[in-house]
Design a protein around this ligand. Structure first.
Ligand SMILES: Nc1ncnc2c1ncn2[C@@H]1O[C@H](COP(=O)(O)OP(=O)(O)OP(=O)(O)O)[C@@H](O)[C@H]1O
Ligand SMILES: [Mg+2]
Length: 302
């Protein structure tokens, strides 16, 4: 049976998008924000090495995508960043996974061209899982992820305060699949003056915020506070099962495990599922039978 439990905000990793036309500050701002979020920064560069021009201003490692921009290539880059133990991953830009060589649009067209009987709808049905795989990889990666997205640019003629006509470069739709912003915590549009306007946010403090030259000294501390003010992350289902196994071996009932947990941690949990990730090793320690503990320490010595 499904069981409801009290909703809590857990410490989490950021998923943010910076959207803007060329020169608006997508690369530079994401590097500045990343610098405020963690120490080790990885950057997937699909813009022909353009991020490397900022190597003098920031310390980061980069991997270039240059022949194919397929979701698989991006996913490989995300996995490498996770395995490399980075704190923050910048994907600059995610737009190429949509409309460049090997990207979703090309995959769609290739499927449609293969077989004349394949209609547009069927082709999308085949290619959508590929897009979803990439979105999933971004959402699941245990590090902060900042993605940049290009926009189709348009020029608008407007009157300034003196009535003089001025031309503005404005960004329109992000070049990515419609709805991508639903998946992310914070989305902002950058303009030609490197000013970020937040268009979507789960972080209340940034609601409709406008930030000039976003970076480590203005938006990053707000994001960091938001990401860390939640409850500590809880143990996984697997870890919960592991505790039950150990408890059974130790001859403990459900109530017994809970009592032992609360006594050890000085908590008043109503279920062992409330044990946090950092408390987990202590409970394993007290549940382990003495002979196993001895064997472990002997192994460690030997
Ligand atoms: N947050 C910022 N703080 C200070 N300066 C900035 C910031 N964002 C952008 N700039 C300035 O604007 C310049 C252009 O920014 P950037 O290269 O990030 O643009 P971009 O949107 O990535 O462009 P492209 O789409 O062509 O890659 C930077 O070299 C820097 O001088
Ligand atoms: Mg750039």
């Amino acid at each position: 049976m499904k069981q409801f439990h009290k909703a809590t905000k857990q410490q989490s990793f950021l998923r943010m998008a910076l959207v803007g036309p060329s020169g608006s500050g997508k690369t530079y701002s994401s590097l500045r924000i990343a610098q405020g979020l963690g120490n080790r920064i990885a950057l997937i560069d699909s813009e022909r090495g353009s991020a490397a021009k900022y190597a003098g201003d920031f310390t980061f490692d980069t991997v270039e995508l240059d022949t194919s921009f397929s979701p698989s290539e991006y996913i490989e880059g995300i996995e490498a960043a996770v395995q490399g133990g980075y704190d923050v991953l910048i994907i600059d830009s995610l737009s190429h996974a949509w409309n460049d060589k090997g990207g979703i649009l090309e995959l769609h067209d290739a499927i449609a061209a293969q077989d004349k009987s394949t209609n547009d709808f069927t082709a999308w049905r085949k290619v959508t899982p590929e897009h979803n795989r990439l979105v999933d990889a971004i959402l699941r990666a245990p590090l902060h992820v900042l993605v940049t997205m290009r926009v189709k640019t348009e020029y608008l003629m407007e009157k300034d305060e003196h009535g003089k006509s001025v031309i503005h470069k404005v960004g329109l739709k992000p070049i990515q699949r419609d709805g991508i912003e639903f998946e992310l915590d914070v989305v902002g549009n950058l303009d030609e003056n490197n000013t970020l306007v937040i268009t979507k946010t789960r972080c209340k403090s940034l609601f409709q915020a406008t930030i000039h030259h976003p970076g480590e000294d203005n938006i990053a501390p707000v994001l960091k506070a938001w990401l860390t003010d939640g409850a500590a992350p809880l143990i996984s289902d697997e870890q919960s099962k592991e505790l039950w196994q150990l408890a059974k071996k130790a001859g403990l009932s459900v109530g017994g495990l809970l009592d032992l947990t609360n006594k050890t941690l000085g908590q008043a949990y109503t279920s062992p599922r409330e044990i946090t990730l950092d408390e987990f090793p202590r409970i394993v320690e007290v549940l382990q039978p003495p002979q196993e503990k001895e064997a472990e320490s002997e192994n460690a010595v030997g």
